[in-house]
Design a protein around this ligand. Structure first.
Ligand code: ADP
Ligand code: MG
Length: 338
């Protein structure tokens, strides 16, 4: 059945089941606004991210369930990078008239799956008609009063580190969208596809890193190069990255070598890994590595260090095996550049 065969109210009724997963919802879907409990002693984190068909995703490549998962995941990642706990989400959606209702149901199954996993409640949204699919998710989170981790706290001498592995998502996208001659074994293809379509927001890691004394943090949505430059600009410092230290998965390496792709370029400039990039004072690094690695089964890797500004500029240099240094500029995706 197509979406134009039922009313907006019927659609919202179908969406409403199993949407409350966190404490503090006094009224969820069904009134003019959601009513939420405010937790004493916290600051509110509030962010949104928009996905437009054809620009951020292709309807015939991503499944509706993956799209629902990812739409919420990218927002949870933003809350994670502040060291916070995501709590509530609003979903404003635009759907084409001729879309099958089952598409929207599966989309919401994806949303609800990750919402349950991270104890986030879907408390409302809006539903409109549009030519292409448009998804705008807004999330509210909480962080202990005055304890949000900003991009601006990095100091010379601090360790620069990242969670997980980088470049998987862009490698996965290349695998899905490019006509590549050589396919790696199925388990590698599946791993890379999942890393692109269903990135796991590092919510527990973000909160743990905040408690353990991270000085700055950002999630890697536009690529490592871009995010390091953001931290340096906002903290007014420079950074030195060791090329060999950048964590790249066996799977991404295998796929890249088979297809003669430069996996380091993808790690630096590819984006959408949704890992966390952070800095921490050197004396805390060992403890951070042990606690995060031990408690979360998540590798964290030092990839470089923060240094004072170079020639009065916030520069990011990467040093290769031969000891040669090159400047890396932010080359992330710019929506307003054609
Ligand atoms: P109003 O006309 O007052 O904006 P709506 O009929 O748009 O109310 O929405 C009714 C309820 O359904 C509200 O609680 C709203 O937040 C919720 N809602 C509408 N669309 C969605 C959606 N796509 N996802 C989740 N909740 C939604
Ligand atoms: Mg409305």
């Amino acid at each position: 059945m197509k979406i134009d065969k039922i009313s907006e109210f019927e659609l919202i009724d179908r969406i409403k089941a199993n949407t409350i997963n966190s404490e503090g919802v006094i009224k969820g879907i069904g009134d003019d606004a959601a009513v939420l409990e405010a937790t004493v002693g916290t600051n509110i984190l509030f962010c949104s991210d928009m996905l437009i068909e054809g620009r951020h995703f292709l309807r015939d490549v991503i499944t509706p369930r993956e799209l629902g998962y990812k739409a919420l995941a990218v927002n949870l990642s933003d809350i994670a990078s502040m060291g916070g706990k995501p709590k509530y989400a609003l979903l404003s959606t635009g759907w084409p008239k001729d879309l099958e209702i089952v598409y929207i149901q599966e989309f919401y199954e994806g949303v609800k799956g990750i919402a349950q996993q991270f104890h986030v409640s879907i408390v409302g949204g809006d539903t409109v008609n549009s030519n292409d699919i448009v998804i705008d998710v807004a999330v509210i989170g909480e962080v202990e009063y005055n304890k949000a981790i900003m991009r601006s706290g990095a100091k010379p001498g601090h360790v620069l580190a990242a969670t997980g592995t980088l470049g998987d998502s862009a490698t996965g996208l290349a695998e899905i969208t490019q006509e590549l001659k050589k396919s790696p074994p199925d388990h590698i293809q599946e791993y890379l596809r999942k890393r692109h379509m269903m990135p796991e927001p590092r919510v527990e890691a973000g909160q743990l890193l905040a408690r353990l004394g991270a000085s700055s943090m950002i999630d890697i949505s536009d690529g490592l190069a871009s995010e390091i430059n953001h931290i340096c600009a906002q903290s007014d410092v420079s950074a030195e990255v060791i090329e060999e230290a950048i964590p790249i998965s066996e799977e991404a390496r295998a796929f890249a070598s088979l297809n003669k792709i430069d996996v380091l370029e993808l790690a630096l400039f590819g984006g959408e890994d949704y890992e966390l990039l952070f800095t921490v004072p050197e004396e805390r690094w060992q403890a951070v590595k042990e606690v995060v690695g031990g408690n979360l089964n998540l590798n964290i890797t030092q990839i470089g260090k923060i240094i004072p500004k170079v020639n009065d500029e916030n520069k990011v240099c990467i040093i290769n095996k031969e000891g040669q240094s090159r400047l890396i500029k932010a080359k992330g995706y710019n929506h307003f550049r054609s």
